[in-house]
Design a protein around this ligand. Sequence first.
Ligand SMILES: C[S@@+](CC[C@H](N)C(=O)[O-])C[C@H]1O[C@@H](n2cnc3c(N)ncnc32)[C@H](O)[C@@H]1O
Length: 327
Amino acid sequence: MNEGEQLCDAARNGDAEKVKSLIDSGADVSHFDAEGLTPLMHAAKQGHASILAILLSAGAPWNALSPSNLSAGDFAMEAGHQDAYELLLNAGIQAELVLGTIARKENKNADSGHDYLEDRVSFSEDKIMDADSKAVMMAWEKPLMEAHAKAVCSGGGHILNIGFGMGLVDTAIQQYAPATHTIVEAHPEVYERMLRTGWGKKENVKIVFGRWQDVLSQLETYDGIFFDTYGEYYEDLREFHQHLLALLKPGGIYSFFNGLCGGNAFFHVVYCHLVSLELENLGYSTQLIPLPVKDCLGEEVWEGVKHRYWQLDTYYLPVCQSLEENE
Ligand SMILES: C[S@@+](CC[C@H](N)C(=O)[O-])C[C@H]1O[C@@H](n2cnc3c(N)ncnc32)[C@H](O)[C@@H]1O
């Protein structure tokens, strides 16, 4: 048995001395065994929190995935090992807070040769697809969009929505008859469709065509703001959050589509914590309201869609408000 396999065994057995000595002699902490599991996953499955701590401090990756797309945190969560779960959660948050920014920026730069906004999109009754058969927006999100609209319109007044898509959230916002309703949309075909379907003629609606990054100077201050773009990254959401202070009125409510890492339950929890922490540093509290989505999501929903951007049973709708307002 090589040292990596021995490390997996020792981690599974909770043998701290063996784990330490194998690490000292150079065993690979990110080794995948024949089942595709790492030492961290083995320790997490058994709830060996002390072994997890040793492995993490030796550099074991918190975010490695098994062949069934589960991380150590998922294993701890599934087995109900609370201590192990919390240790992994903190490790994930710390790693993303410190290193994530660098890694995410590098990914973004590597990918940025291709721009969704320059490609054709196709519209059907239940979705908008990009040129790569990935869904830009899907009708199953309608109840979520209605809940977002209810949250950001709860104080009435002036509402801003970034990203029109299928117009689901904007249709719901209209039902609250806001004083003004500003919509920023950057895709030429989506914009053209908005005009064709009469959005340009609604009395309280102002459409701003362009990327939100490029049209900030045309925006004012709002009582409610919703953010839901496509083809962007977590870094873009963070960048938008830097502008909240200038865009959101005191007492206003901000919400965003919380699809962060929607393919993995544990990564999603890590990112929910991360975004809440980052918003808190900017002076906002975040309440995450659980909404069950299992029933909206039958297998047939994803037919012909290349990437299942959401695979979890519960959606956590963020409601953010200035911390000062809550004091
Ligand atoms: C997921 S859809 C929005 C769905 C919408 N919330 C709804 O209820 O139908 C994302 C939209 O954001 C637009 N978009 C992407 N990047 C943008 C950007 N930088 N600025 C403004 N809009 C953008 C896309 O063209 C797309 O229409």
